[in-house]
Design a binder for this molecule. Structure first.
Ligand code: RP5
Length: 192
């Protein structure tokens, strides 16, 4: 499988407001040099386009689709019902608010993302969708690459390096914590 010439991953989202979260998937794929094609496909506002997109994804020979949606979150399941390409759903917490730039002042789904998580994972038997955690678009990208890595030793190597880098950064932090003491260390950790 050629991993660089054409997009292997299709990223779709139900609304432009989802792009703030879904960009997390593109960032991770870009970091690993995996090409992706990104589109907005609304299950409720563009239902016919949804079916067309599924055909397009098959024509493009995408190996995996990452689909993010908030609220009732029909998009991942409906795409999965139109194609045999595996679909990874990203349940989205913030939605229906295209004008707020800051996430902390944006509108949230009434059920805190649990609505979209359950909607995506509770597909009836026969048309499965896997899901990552709420807003975890980056994890969807890592999972997609794990699937692609079955056909690419080079990508597998990169993912293993990514794992060992994660290990190393925890070791560095742990050493620092041991040296400074917990109270001093904790004061320095800023959560944005
Ligand atoms: C879902 O409902 C979208 O994925 C988005 O998260 C939310 C709001 O969509 P719009 O009101 O922008 O159509 O379909």
């Amino acid at each position: 499988m050629t991993l660089s010439k054409k997009p292997l991953v299709g990223i779709i989202m139900g609304s432009s407001s989802d792009s703030r979260i879904m960009q997390g998937a593109s960032e991770v794929l870009d970091e690993f040099g995996i090409k992706h094609e990104d589109q907005i496909v609304s299950a409720h506002r563009t239902p016919s386009r949804l079916a067309e997109y599924a055909k397009h994804a098959e024509e493009m020979d995408f190996k995996v689709i990452i689909a993010g949606a908030g609220g009732a979150a029909h998009l991942p399941g409906m795409i999965a019902s139109h194609t045999v390409i595996p679909v990874i759903g990203v349940p989205i917490l913030v939605y229906n608010d295209k004008h707020t730039k800051k996430l902390d002042t944006a509108k949230f789904s009434a059920f805190g993302g649990l609505d979209s998580l359950l909607s995506i994972t509770e597909m009836p038997s026969g048309s499965p969708v896997v899901a990552v955690g709420v807003n975890k678009a980056g994890n969807a990208a890592i999972y997609a690459m794990k699937m692609l890595a079955n056909e690419s030793p080079n990508l597998k190597k990169k993912l293993k390096l990514h794992k060992s880098n994660q290990h190393d950064s925890v070791m560095i932090e742990s050493e620092q914590l041991k040296k400074e003491g917990l109270s001093k260390f904790a004061k320095k950790i800023q959560i944005d």
